[in-house]
Ligand binder design. Structure first.
Ligand SMILES: Cc1cc2nc3c(=O)[nH]c(=O)nc-3n(C[C@H](O)[C@H](O)[C@H](O)COP(=O)(O)O)c2cc1C
Length: 395
């Protein structure tokens, strides 16, 4: 994930620059940060338009191309420095690179309150219609008494502070993914009502008369349909397997498989692991539930958007990378449309995989190497949110 860090100070020596350099160095497995200085940006003057100057165009380009922006602001007289204000004025005058851009605010200052007041002001400024950045709420990273905060290697001294900073960065990565879905082609609309996530309707295969939310929905539905199991044979296209063979076969897939039908009912997963051991945790009693009960409400819009893409045929597969599993994994959720022979939408096949072992194997086999110091296991999820990972959060 490519970010830019804007140093909110134009001083030759700046603690806020140290802070951004530290973030870039210390979290490079999570994010790729380019630190940008503002010391050469001229004072904003509406009568002397310098939008096309190299320095402003460079900021414009770098911000536009980035997945997100971290602004490190000092505090001057309880507000942001005029140098930073000036930059934001240039970037909201004729050009608007921060429009819709996910932004995280951090700050370092002398006072014990560590830039808290300037951060508040900065939030207000970034919210102005001409700027229109999407600022991550909460997670204020304030570095007070900054003259004591760094050691001789320009690293933050306090381990707890570093830990909190890491938490904020990880939340920012997720925030960027969420913002990206909000800014899907349909824009910032709430798409929740485009899909019946409560599965109130019924399709030909819906087993009616059984409470979808019941913990034993599967047992009840199997009895109602006289479903076969065990060593009974099932004829497939193309083959003949017993139900047991089919189960073991699906469990041996190098992916966590989930099937939800076109009525948005969660019908199946290849259950062979406990929820805690899964990349996208599922519990046996969730089977049968409407998708609305498998996701927190805040992701309904994103879930609906993904289903709409598949149902409408706009996309056959929607992929997203989930960066919360650590640097040694590259976890991809793929939402694949299931269609019948006539192309009718039958539901979603969600398969979740850690593809890192395959990447490693490929590199080993071909003798190739990744440039840039290794796989950036957490970057790249710039297009879509992990809308279905919320499935792990079913209460
Ligand atoms: C004009 C001026 C006003 C300042 N006002 C504040 C303030 O309100 N609160 C604070 O914590 N520090 C204040 N400071 C101290 C700054 O926090 C300190 O200079 C800090 O190092 C600036 O960040 P930088 O090192 O990234 O440039 C002020 C400094 C200057 C020059």
């Amino acid at each position: 994930m490519k970010l830019v860090g804007i140093v909110g100070s134009n001083a030759a020596f700046s603690y806020n620059r140290l802070l951004l350099n530290f973030i870039a160095k210390n979290f490079k497995k999570l994010i790729d940060v380019e630190v940008l200085d503002i010391k050469d940006v001229p004072m904003f003057n509406q009568s002397d338009d310098q939008t096309n100057s190299e320095v402003i165009q460079n900021l414009n380009k770098k911000i536009t191309e980035a997945d997100g922006v971290i602004i490190a602001t000092p505090e001057y007289n309880h507000s942001i420095p005029s140098a930073l204000q000036s930059v934001l004025e240039w970037l909201s005058f004729k050009i608007h690179p921060l429009d819709g851009k996910p932004v995280m605010i951090v700050g370092a200052s002398y006072d014990v309150q560590g830039s808290s007041r300037s951060q508040l002001h900065l939030r207000q400024i970034l919210d102005a219609p001409g700027v229109n950045a999407v600022v991550m709420p909460g997670n204020e990273f304030l570095l007070g008494e900054v003259y004591e905060a760094f050691d001789e290697n320009e690293d933050l001294k306090d381990a707890q502070t570093v830990q909190f900073l890491e938490t904020c960065i990880k939340k920012f990565i997720r925030f960027i993914n969420v913002v990206n879905v909000l800014q899907s082609p349909e824009g910032m609309k709430d798409l929740s009502d485009t899909e019946d996530l409560y599965a109130t309707g019924a399709i030909d295969t819906t087993v009616e008369g059984i409470d979808m939310s019941a913990d034993d929905w599967l047992e009840q539905a199997a009895e109602a349909t006289q479903a076969v199991e065990g060593n009974t044979y099932v004829k497939l296209n193309r083959g003949l397997l017993t139900v047991n063979q089919l189960n073991y076969f699906l469990n041996s897939m190098p992916a966590e498989l989930t099937y939800a039908d076109s009525n948005n009912q969660f019908l199946y997963y290849n259950h062979h692991m406990e929820k805690e051991d899964m990349l996208a945790g599922r519990r046996p009693e969730q089977v049968g539930s409407p998708l609305a009960e498998c996701h927190p409400e805040r992701v309904f819009s994103g879930v609906s958007w993904v289903i709409q893409q598949l149902r409408s045929g706009k996309q056959d597969v929607v992929r997203t990378q989930v960066p919360t599993h650590g640097p040694d994994k590259f976890v991809v959720h793929s939402y694949q449309a299931v269609r019948d022979d006539n192309g009718n939408y039958l539901g979603i096949n969600e398969y979740v995989q850690d593809i890192q072992p395959v990447i490693d194997w490929y590199l080993e086999q071909t003798g190739q190497q990744l440039t840039g110091g290794g796989v950036d296991a957490v970057s790249g999820a710039t297009s879509k949110v992990d809308t279905v990972s919320g499935a792990t959060a079913k209460a």
